[in-house]
Design a binder for this molecule. Structure first.
Ligand code: HEM
Length: 385
């Protein structure tokens, strides 16, 4: 290896390390005095059973690791927030929660007309736009992952979560990057333990928790800047099923504006300029986004691998629905509070939209537990709208 290559590798390593340390410090800035830790509903839900027919395969010790990750996140929330003020652990900063309509295409090929995608059907929905950082006070002008969580309403049929079988919601959760930064639950746990550690040396080793590929994805995701939540492109990052029985296929999904919009980030952006941009756009006019589905085209697109992008050239996206966000004033105290109290989960789903792969299996038990902790700390009843 030449000296130049060594230096390049060393500086890449250092800059990744610095970025992740900055993220860790940001997290700690918002930590308040610690409060006692008690587990809420530690084992309320059963761990998902894998489906080998679509390529699912358990990681060693996966279920136990899901409990450890959930416990670490729970501990972090109880330490960070006082009772009555608990927020989401990830994506705590909302840009707004908007009312929307999901209009399924009038016609769809048979392989895509599954689950909620009934040709010609229109659903009411809520969409929560957010920043990913654990620091809810972080300025929008700083790089961050951006979230778009859709809650489709009045969806009939028994749902996947055994404690919410009769819920009438179907969630689709996305971030504005096509891939996730980890596959291995042990790596995820190590990252979280390091982020939550008060030891400087533990923080220094953060890049080792994710490896080079994971660190690069985390870095790319965390540096994104957008001008308006309505104009970004979002991806499911991880795979889902579409359909059931012999007809089932593996897909990812994505959402983007109906027509690309060139909009600059303001010169002196305020702390919350993404909320301002969303409000100003929707005060004036309706907004339109499209919902796309990307069927897997070969088994080498591994359901257990969330770190490798399915390139469009190999696996095209198909538009299945239009998301109409009507002109509205969403930014009211009442609606913001309603939004805070919502719980999104990939497992708020019909069997036709079953979440797949290790990251989604972990999310089944973690989202349920963390949302319960949040609602319990705030003394708010937790229920699907
Ligand atoms: C093991 C991996 C993951 C863990 C442990 C995790 C953890 C969490 C937690 C604890 C919350 C807050 C839940 C609540 O309080 O109700 C959350 C929210 C969220 N997560 Fe994840 N997450 C993971 C993977 C992902 C992936 C792959 C995506 C990509 C789409 C994602 C996107 C989001 C978004 C957009 C929200 C905010 C939803 C809302 O608006 O309420 N997460 N995550």
């Amino acid at each position: 290896m030449t000296l130049e290559t060594k230096l390049m590798r060393y500086s890449l390593f250092l800059s990744l390390g610095m970025l992740l340390i900055v993220a860790a410090c940001d997290t700690k800035q918002v930590q308040a005095e610690s409060s006692p830790t008690t587990a809420v509903n530690a084992n309320a839900l059963s761990y998902p059973v894998v489906d080998p027919s679509v390529g699912e395969k358990l990681y060693p010790n996966e279920e136990a690791l899901s409990g450890q990750i959930a416990a670490t996140i729970e501990q972090s929330i109880r330490k960070q927030y006082q009772a009555g003020k608990a927020r989401r652990d990830a994506h705590p900063k909302a840009h707004g929660c908007v009312k929307a309509e999901v209009r399924v295409n009038e016609t769809l090929p048979e392989n895509l007309a599954k689950g909620i995608f009934i040709p010609g059907k229109t659903y009411q929905a809520w969409i929560r736009f957010s920043n990913a950082s654990q620091d809810a006070s972080r300025a929008d002008s700083k790089g961050d992952g951006r979230g778009m969580a859709i809650k489709v309403m009045d969806v009939p049929g028994e749902k996947l979560l055994e404690n919410e079988r009769n819920a009438t919601t179907q969630d689709f959760i996305m971030v504005n990057h096509p891939v996730f930064f980890a596959n291995d639950p042990q790596d995820y746990l190590s990252l979280f333990e390091k982020l939550n550690s008060d030891s400087f040396f533990s923080n220094l080793t953060i890049p080792f928790a994710l490896g080079v590929k994971g660190s690069v994805i985390a870095w790319q995701t965390s540096r994104s800047k957008i001008s308006n939540p309505l104009h970004a492109r979002y991806w499911s990052m991880v795979p889902y099923q579409l359909g059931i029985g012999n007809d089932k296929q593996v897909i990812k999904f994505s959402a983007r504006n109906c027509s690309p919009v060139a909009e600059e980030i303001p010169e002196n952006p305020g702390n919350d300029y993404l909320r301002d941009a969303l409000r100003k756009t929707l005060e004036k006019s309706d907004a339109c986004m499209e919902f796309l589905v990307q069927p897997r085209t070969t088994d080498s697109m591994d359901v257990e691998d969330s770190m490798t992008e399915w390139k469009e050239a190999q696996a095209p996206f198909y538009k299945v629905a239009t998301i109409l966000i009507p002109r509205q004033n969403f930014d009211t105290a009442e609606q913001n509070q309603f939004c805070e109290n919502l719980s999104f989960s990939p497992w708020h789903a019909l069997p036709e939209h079953r979440p797949l792969g290790v990251i989604n299996r972990l999310r089944k038990v973690i989202y349920d537990r963390i949302s319960r902790v949040r609602h319990e700390m705030n003394s708010i009843e937790r229920r699907e709208p």
